[in-house]
Write a protein that binds this ligand. Sequence first.
Ligand SMILES: Cc1cc2nc3c(=O)[nH]c(=O)nc-3n(C[C@H](O)[C@H](O)[C@H](O)COP(=O)(O)OP(=O)(O)OC[C@H]3O[C@@H](n4cnc5c(N)ncnc54)[C@H](O)[C@@H]3O)c2cc1C
Length: 587
Amino acid sequence: MDGNVIESDVLVIGGGIAGCVAAVRAAEAGASVVLVDKTRSVRRSGDAGRGLAFLTTYLDLGEPWDTPEVFAEWYCDIALGLVDMEVARPLGIEPLPAVCRFLEESGVPLRNADGDYERVGRMWTPGPIVLKFDGADIKPRLAERAAATDRVRIIGGVHATSVQLDDTGRAVGATGFDIRSCEFLTFRAGAVIVATGNAERVIFNSPRRDAFHTYHRPYHATTGFALAARAGAVAANIEFLGTFLFPRGFATGAMGNLLEAGGRLVNGNGQLIADLPDVEGERRFGFGIVGKAAGEVLAGRGPVYIDCTHLPPAEIAAISDYISYDAPLFLEFLEQSGIDLSRHPVEFELFNGAWSATGSPKGVVVGADGQTRVPGLFAAGDLATPAYALAGSLASGYVIGRTAAEFARSAAAPVLDASAVAAERRRTLAPLNRTSGIGWREYEHQLQDLMTKYVGMDRNEIGLRQAAEYLRGYAAAAGEVHAGNGHELMRAHEAFDLRLFDEMMTAVALERDESRFSFLMGHYRTDRPGADDQRWLGVSILAGHDGEQPVLEHTVPTPSWRAAQLENRSVVELVGERGARLAGKVG
Ligand SMILES: Cc1cc2nc3c(=O)[nH]c(=O)nc-3n(C[C@H](O)[C@H](O)[C@H](O)COP(=O)(O)OP(=O)(O)OC[C@H]3O[C@@H](n4cnc5c(N)ncnc54)[C@H](O)[C@@H]3O)c2cc1C
């Protein structure tokens, strides 16, 4: 084996929310843990690095809407039944009360100064289950806890490129490189947890203003999916895209803060959008308020605004308070743009192509212990199927830290395959050996361009087949991508991983020959605009990759849900009515 091998019982790849919690839990279970992250410091790495303000969780304090059972029903509905509830319950739902205690013990305040929880309703939640809290420093607190935990070693500035398997197909380690020195690194471990976050940068978002086309951390590409797929794991539901409304000129999710405080979403004529009839085509941007706003733009009645000018000063002050936890720069943006919430409406625009984490059933498929199809390989957080944003990332990390430690304890000593590591070393460092060819930016940009055109919000069979053909060409072109330093090498590998993911996503979008939507996620086929419930309701498509091409399978993750819906009526009616009943709005 070339160079030193870094050893641990459990290797965690990705030190975001899920990775930090998993590292602490694995170490508390007695395992030695190495946590690697491509950022130098994990204090503010990952999506939660800039701070958050909302934790969607039941607390079981006595209200009928506040129980794990109701949360599970709601979760399954908004995920369109595409999530395996036998996995979601133990990994994403049951641990939530323990996760809340874990956060408070870590110094993250969940209550206000009076010692009370502040809770609000959102997007047809079955009651006010969204806990508002001061999460400005949630990430530093969890990173500090991980760093202070015995047996946890954090190594920053390492981009992971592969999961290594032994000759039985079990995950026994990983490889990566230092993004400054380009040193190739090998890790040997009894169990490997991948927690690299969302898939991002796949298509151009509509405003096209952000350098990497994501409002998530630009470090996210699709690496976790590619690591898992190359090792033999599968991903589910990756055909779905998300749409949000963002303040024009500023990529942040401030919509929820303003609307919850009583802000009115209005069109260019000043009409309240919620009261307007549906516009043809709006649903491809998702049901609910985002779809309706998109409809007004489609109908030529844009731009859309959120108007808070009617709110009392105390409410405006409260908005500013909460926005400062999860979108601190938004206040500066408003000030610099001369927007005073009490006097001016804020213009919003569609930001689509995002990988919506909300109720997302998308991700690497895991079982109830967080293990993928590859023995010893675990996936946690936004990367995994049953992750509901912050809550799911915390909960899955909380459980998987333990289960991975147990796996490592009971498994045989890990043995790396020296020839596989040497081959990965050659693949990893190859772009450094080329002095000319294509730069990573050009390669990534071209991928994004073709994915936006053919696999973006509007898709059809001809375009999807075209995309698959082009992507095969880009597989060959990867051999021409060059890198002059460690940073470029990282970007080159992100682009290679994007291509692999793009192939899987394109194949799945072609396979689902219908259209289907939830609140913030949708798959719209212009050639198949209707839903085909008999074939596709509650049916997931799983995608793997055999190195040459994507390999697809169908599965019904929650058969009881599918059966009940086929007998009933549309999911949207059901969710809306159930939510309203539990919130006490109807009898
Ligand atoms: C702006 C914004 C606001 C949000 N607000 C809320 C909210 O209020 N409530 C809520 O519930 N959810 C919210 N979310 C979602 C929430 O932040 C995420 O669900 C959560 O942080 C995901 O945690 P994770 O550990 O899975 O991934 P992340 O925290 O994103 O961590 C992934 C880590 O993996 C590392 N990494 C990636 N690739 C590699 C590689 N190849 N090698 C090594 N390391 C790698 C990254 O550097 C990163 O540290 C928000 C998200 C965003 C972007």
